[in-house]
Design a protein. Structure first.
Length: 466
């Protein structure tokens, strides 16, 4: 009776959704099959390697091993054909597959889990998944870098304003600007490669946390699964999610780069800037204002960064309070990584498409490059070089020239020789050679500078790395 009363009042509080009581709530909070079914291929691959090793070490018979592998391959086809029935009652991908294996091959299925726990099994599956995702990311970044290298080559001589504080600073080339992104995505790719190397250790065989008394061969499974070596500490192995955190931090940094680029695309494609025109494929019209072409893809890339950064913070927070070794909290690692991986892939793909397709408006860039007294530094440098002025004095004199041009509403190059000489008598007609934006960029030949000759060297260097 007491039970009945409690059940009734509890139900009122929980509401209709959990009408069947605590067991339904437990099932819902506990189950991960809704998302970890994504790991089916890795789980099956891991189980085949494990069963093969168990037989090689005479822990199970060859006959059972053959049955297990045959059953696992059948399950793989069932899942791929969409005929496999996932059950939430069976909690996760590991138990769903094992239960089906028992249906298919009977008692031999029970031998697969010898010398293994779901703790090392999930660590293995997830690590394999993240490693493959990183390999995919590496290829996608290479495609993005290639798109930038091609545009940089095409526009090594295209002059545009370079900005600091989003105020016109000095003329640069569009090629040079593109190459800045090559550097950024090149670093992302290096981080990806490093992370792959870092996580290249096999968790399987750590068992629940303490290892096992069965005479397993962890080097054999590591080798079969394409890992460099097995992990060295079984406690760390089942409690470690650094590989997922590294994936998310790399994704966050890369998404931050993508977001800055997206922001520039948004700004550059406004009529006010007009530096680029996005292809129709990566923009949309407005339902009310017929003149508009909106950079939606860039805006969404910018927004995806929020999700990805959020996932990094979520997993850091999940992990920060966990005592060693495994805790169920860690089940919450997957959705963060899966969601970020999907967002990052989409963002890189969209950006690669946008960069390949965008129309560069060379005239608009050039006009803007000459405005805002962008060659003022060149004037000051000329005074230092040709008239022997200390840089600070040259800076001061140039300030006067800018003020005069501003008052007259013209560019520096439009001031007359007399006007310039009134500011500093050492000025000669030679000054006009450095006041053009082309002369300005051509002069910046320091290593890594914006001169077209320098930018071409950087492109050639990157081509050998790509
Ligand atoms: N579904 C679990 C996860 O994703 C698998 C590991 C469960 N281990 C355990 N001891 N209950 O973390």
């Amino acid at each position: 009776m007491a039970d009945g009363i409690e059940q009734k009042s509890s139900n009122q509080m929980w509401g209709g959704r959990f009408a069947s009581g605590p067991s339904a709530i437990m099932e819902e909070i506990n189950a991960s099959i809704g998302f970890d079914k994504k790991l089916y291929a890795q789980d099956i691959r891991g189980s085949i390697a494990h069963a093969t090793m168990l037989a090689a070490k005479a822990i199970i018979s060859d006959e059972d091993k053959d049955k297990i592998i045959h059953g696992l391959n059948t399950i793989l086809s069932e899942i791929e054909a969409g005929t496999f029935e996932f059950s939430r009652k069976l909690e996760d991908i590991h138990m769903n597959i094992e239960a089906r294996l028992a249906d298919l091959i009977g008692p031999a299925a029970g031998r697969l889990h010898t010398a293994r726990s779901r703790n090392d099994q999930v660590a293995l599956d997830f690590r394999l998944w993240v490693k493959e995702e990183l390999q995919k990311t590496e290829g996608m970044l290479t495609a993005l870098i290639t798109a930038f290298l091609d545009r940089a080559q095409e526009h090594a001589d295209t002059v545009m304003p370079g900005f600091t504080h989003l105020q016109t600073a000095q003329p640069v080339t569009f090629g040079h600007h593109c190459m800045a992104y090559v550097e950024m995505f090149g670093r992302d790719r290096a981080r990806v490669r490093h992370a792959i190397e870092h996580m290249d250790e096999s968790p399987i065989g750590a068992a629940a946390l303490a290892g096992t008394g069965y005479p397993i061969d962890r080097h054999m499974t590591a080798n079969a699964l394409g890992f460099r070596e097995p992990t060295r500490n079984s406690i760390d192995t089942v409690s470690d999610r650094d590989f997922a955190l590294e994936f998310l931090s790399i994704a966050s940094i890369c998404a931050t780069h993508l977001s800055r680029l997206a922001e520039e695309i948004v700004i550059w494609s406004t009529p006010q800037f007009g530096f680029i025109r996005l292809s129709d494929a990566f923009s949309t019209g407005s339902s009310i204002m017929p003149q508009k072409k909106n950079p939606d893809a860039a805006e969404l890339v910018r927004a995806k960064t929020g999700r990805i950064n959020g996932s990094l913070i979520a997993l850091l927070t999940i992990m920060k309070g966990l005592p060693l070794a495994y805790s169920k909290d860690m089940q919450e690692d997957k959705e963060q990584v899966f969601d970020s991986a999907e967002s990052l892939e989409l963002a890189i793909a969209a950006m690669t498409g946008m960069i390949r397709d965008l129309e560069v408006r060379v005239d608009k860039m050039r006009d803007a490059a000459g405005s805002g007294y962008s060659t003022a530094t060149d004037l000051a440098d000329w005074l230092v070089r040709e008239a022997g002025l200390p840089f600070r004095d040259a800076h001061h004199a140039t300030g006067h020239a800018v003020a005069l041009a501003e008052k007259k509403g013209c560019d520096l190059a439009d001031l007359s020789l007399e006007e310039l000489q009134a500011i500093n008598p050492a000025i000669t007609a030679g000054i006009f050679d450095v006041l053009s934006v082309e002369a300005s960029v051509a002069s910046r030949t320091s290593f890594g500078g914006t001169a077209p000759s320098e930018v071409r060297k950087q492109i050639a260097w990157w081509r050998t790395k790509n």
